[in-house]
Design a binder for this molecule. Structure first.
Ligand code: SF4
Length: 279
């Protein structure tokens, strides 16, 4: 049995940076730190951090004054920084720099009188955070067709940004349609290539192997996308850890491909690879 690993698998740059920063801070403190929302969509990794003292809360109000809070890689709106300061809460900001860039664009253009349009999922924490840098006043769209429902003023100024994980084709088609409807619009392509690279590598590897194993959280949307891509090409097993692998099933295949979602830590990937190689 041979194992092949996708070129881009597991933590992206932003998640790796955030997780390293959080771990470093936890090691520095004895009493632990709070995180505003789950650090990542991987319960094994979160529980490892919780064992070291991480306390996950959903509201800033759940954190006592003089404590520290980790802002995760998705980022948050400006009000969280203001409220933290007012409450005397120390902010450990692990927001991905690519997301930070969108925050500055939203703030800058909103201050200049531009209406911000965000392509993305209105319920995604990243989009909620972006909206929090332009007075919670952004127009949020997820599909091309939604543009027809918008009440746009051709004489107003607009600035378009996107959630980092959206599809480039969708971005381009929205740019084309908005250019036809509006006279003054600034387009900022804020898509991050990490997701696309992961999907491309998974697809290419699926063509070279007899089956694929996709490692990642059951609730991680980028992991589920990888599963769907691989499943369209070869038999694919979606697992969170090595314990979910079925040895008898795997024995039917000679070359096994492995990939992992952007929130899967290296140690879980290594465990899976070692396990397959030991069969
Ligand atoms: S997917 Fe891109 S934008 Fe999101 S955390 Fe990773 S590197 Fe940053």
């Amino acid at each position: 049995m041979k194992v092949k690993i996708a070129n881009n698998a597991g933590f992206c740059f932003g998640v790796k940076r955030a997780m390293n920063m959080a771990w470093h801070e936890l090691e520095e403190r004895e009493n632990g730190i709070y995180a505003l929302g789950p650090l990542i969509h991987n319960k094994q990794a979160v529980s490892k951090y919780e064992d070291r003292g991480l306390k996950t809360v959903n509201e800033l109000n759940d954190i006592p004054s003089n404590e520290s809070v980790i802002i995760r890689s998705h980022g948050v709106g400006e009000d969280i920084y203001i409220q933290s300061k007012n409450k005397g809460i120390n902010v450990i900001d692990t927001t991905c720099p690519f997301v930070k860039k969108i925050h500055s664009i939203a703030k800058e253009y909103s201050a200049k009188g531009y209406k911000i349009i965000v392509i993305g999922d209105k319920d995604h924490p990243e989009v909620i955070g972006i909206n929090g840098w332009c007075n919670e006043d952004a127009i949020i769209i997820k599909t091309l067709d939604e543009i027809d429902q918008l009440n746009l003023d051709a004489n107003e100024k607009y600035c378009l940004v996107s959630q980092t994980t959206i599809n480039l084709d969708l971005y381009n088609s929205i740019v084309e349609k908005l250019s036809e409807r509006l006279n003054d619009i600034v387009f900022k392509n804020t898509i991050c290539s990490a997701t696309k690279e992961r999907q491309f590598s998974a697809k290419e590897l699926s063509k070279e192997v007899d089956c694929m194993i996709v490692i990642g959280g059951k609730h991680s949307s980028n992991t589920q996308k990888l599963v769907n891509i691989c499943r369209g090409i070869v038999p694919t097993f979606a697992v969170e850890t090595k314990d979910e692998l079925d040895i008898n099933e795997l024995k039917k295949f000679n070359i096994i491909g492995v990939t992992a979602g952007a929130s899967t830590p290296d140690w879980i990937i290594t465990e899976v690879i070692n396990f397959i190689e030991s069969i």
